[in-house]
Design a protein around this ligand. Sequence first.
Ligand code: THU
Length: 137
Amino acid sequence: MSADLRSAAERVARQAYAPHSGFHVGAALRSARGQIYLGCNVENAAYPVSSCAERGAISAAVAAEGKDFKLHAIAVVALNAQGDSLPVTPCGACRQILVEFGADAEAGFSAPDGHWQTVRVGDLLPFRFILPDIGSR
Ligand code: THU
C-alpha cells in the first residue's frame, strides 16, 4: 500500500467528530479508477447513530463514481485526542460494507501490536453474507 493513502487517512482522522469516544478515525481509499476518497467518524449524543470513517469514505466514493465504483485499497488510522496513533481494525459492519466493493482490495491499519498491517479485505470477513440469487425481483 502506498504511503500517500496512509498519510491521507491520518490527515482526515484529525477532522473526525469524536467527542464521545475520543477515538478519531480516518479512512482513505483508492478506487480502481485511481481516485482517492476520504472519510472520518462522525459521532452523536445518541451513540448508535454515529458513523464510521470507512463508511464515510465508501459513501464519498459511490457519490463520485456511482454504481461502478470498485475498491482497490483502503487505509484506516485512529488517533487519540492528543494526536497519538492507536491500533484500529475495521468493525464488523464496515467489513461487510468494504467486501461488497472489493473482496480482493487491500486494507491497511495499525494492528494491536502497533505495526502497520495489510490484509486482503475478503480475509477480514470469512463466511460473510452474500445475497443469493432468488430470481426476478
Ligand atoms: N470507528 C470507526 O470509525 N472505524 C472503525 O473501524 C472502528 C470504530 C469509530 C466509531 C466510533 O465513532 C469510534 O470509532 C469508537 O468506536
